[in-house]
Design a protein around this ligand. Structure first.
Ligand SMILES: O=C(O)CCC(=O)C(=O)O
Length: 211
C-alpha cells in the first residue's frame, strides 16, 4: 500500500460522528435506456473521513490475479468481500445497508445483504467495462448500491453493444445505485486517470445471489 497517500482532514472537514442524510427528496433518478436507471446522491454520508480512515486501515485488503489470454495479470485494485454473515467494519455501513434496504423495499423486494469492497490505491487502479452479471443479475432486474469514500473518481456507464457513455462523479460519501436492467443492458467502468488522485474505497451493496 505504498501508493496510498491519504490525509483525512483534507477531505471532509466535519469532525462530527458519521451520519447519513435522508434519502427521500435529494436522491435523483436518471432513466437510461432499456429499463436501466441510476440513482445518484452526492454527499449522502456526513463525516466520511472516520469511515474512510478505518476502511483503509482495518479491511484485510487482498491483491488478486486474473487470467488474460495466456497470461495471469494483477487485478488493478485491492479487494475484500463481506458475505451476509460477516460483520461490516463500521456501524454506519450496517446502517447504510439497512436504510437502502428500507428505501428500495417496494422496488427491489429483497434486502441488500453483501458488501463488496474495492480499494483504488491511485489513478493507476481501475475497473474495466463490465456488468455485474454473475448470478441472478444475468437474467433478472436487480440493484447494486455503491457508496464511495476518498478521492473522487468517475463511474462511466455505456449501453451494451455501443452508444455514448455517461459519467457520474463519485466523491467522498456519495451514493450511486444502478437499478432495473442496468447490469445486463449497460456496462460500467472506473477508468484509470493520469490526474494525481489519492486512494478511493468503493463499497457495493448487493442482494443475495448477485455479483
Ligand atoms: O468502484 C466502483 O465503485 C465500481 C466497482 C465495480 O464496478 C465492481 O466492483 O463491479
Amino acid at each position: 500500500m505504498s501508493e496510498v497517500a491519504y490525509q483525512p482532514s483534507m477531505l471532509d472537514l466535519t469532525a462530527a460522528a458519521p451520519s447519513l442524510d435522508p434519502l427521500g427528496g435529494r436522491l435523483r433518478r436518471h432513466e437510461l435506456s432499456r429499463g436501466a436507471w441510476v440513482d445518484h446522491l452526492p454527499g449522502w454520508v456526513n463525516g466520511s473521513d472516520a469511515i474512510f480512515d478505518l476502511l483503509l486501515r482495518e479491511v484485510p485488503w487482498r491483491a488478486e490475479r486474473r487470467r488474460m489470454y495466456d497470461n495471469e495479470v494483477d487485478v488493478p485494485r485491492l479487494l475484500c468481500w463481506y458475505g451476509p454473515d460477516r460483520p461490516l467494519p463500521h456501524t454506519l455501513l450496517t446502517e447504510a445497508r439497512t436504510v437502502l434496504t428500507r428505501h428500495y423495499a417496494a422496488e427491489l423486494g429483497e434486502p441488500f445483504v453483501t458488501a463488496g469492497m474495492c480499494l483504488y490505491r491511485s489513478g493507476r487502479d481501475s475497473v474495466a467495462w463490465h456488468g455485474d452479471t454473475h448470478g441472478r443479475s444475468a437474467h433478472s432486474d436487480t440493484m447494486v448500491a455503491i457508496v464511495s469514500f476518498g478521492s473522487p473518481r468517475s463511474l462511466l456507464l455505456r449501453p451494451r453493444g455501443g452508444g455514448a457513455s455517461l459519467r457520474f462523479p463519485l466523491g467522498h460519501g456519495d451514493l450511486v445505485v444502478m437499478g432495473g436492467s442496468c447490469q445486463r443492458t449497460w456496462e460500467h467502468a472506473v477508468p484509470k486517470t493520469s490526474r494525481p488522485v489519492g486512494p478511493r474505497v468503493s463499497v457495493q451493496f448487493r442482494p443475495a445471489g448477485v455479483a
